[in-house]
Design a protein around this ligand. Sequence first.
Ligand code: SF4
Length: 199
Amino acid sequence: MARSKIRKSSAGSLVSAGRRMTLNPKVARRSFLKISAATAALTGAAMTTKLTGKANAASGKTGPYSGSETVRTICTYCSVGCGIEAEVHNGVWVRQEIASDHPVSRGAHCCKGAGAIDMVTSPKRLKNPMKKVNGKWTNITWDQAIGEIGDKLLKIREADGPDALHFNGSAKVSTEMAYLHRKFAAFWGTNNVDHQARI
Ligand code: SF4
């Protein structure tokens, strides 16, 4: 959280982005920040281990795939640029490891990066547009999805102007997709755009 977004209220609580956290007055500000940083680091390390393990376990295989190759690449989920060792088998990304010697990540990923392979292998992955029809999620075509959503967006803009909309990004899109998302908001005509970009 950016320091500029945090202010201390007269009641001794921290007010940030609309949230309020009550502090023990005996805990000095410096101690509070140290405790928060340590907690975040421990939680992050635990999640990284758990999620990387999950990605490995999901494949149901512990040894390398026969004939696979290891490709060193970069996590695309934020601009930090942590290193990934991707195991590629017959052109398909089948497993990931942290590039432990990478100068940026230095042996760790955040939970987003640790689960990066889910974008390829997760059974929950959305593969086509869906619409809730009579209370049931139903597959629809891209043409139908783009047509219906586009018509609704244009109606909103005609009635209330471009600032009636806020474009909210996702922590699970790549840096390049986030760039396109921001471009789309700009062409739409609003500055109402945000994206959880880096840890
Ligand atoms: S999303 Fe996480 S793992 Fe990926 S580059 Fe950013 S900090 Fe590193």
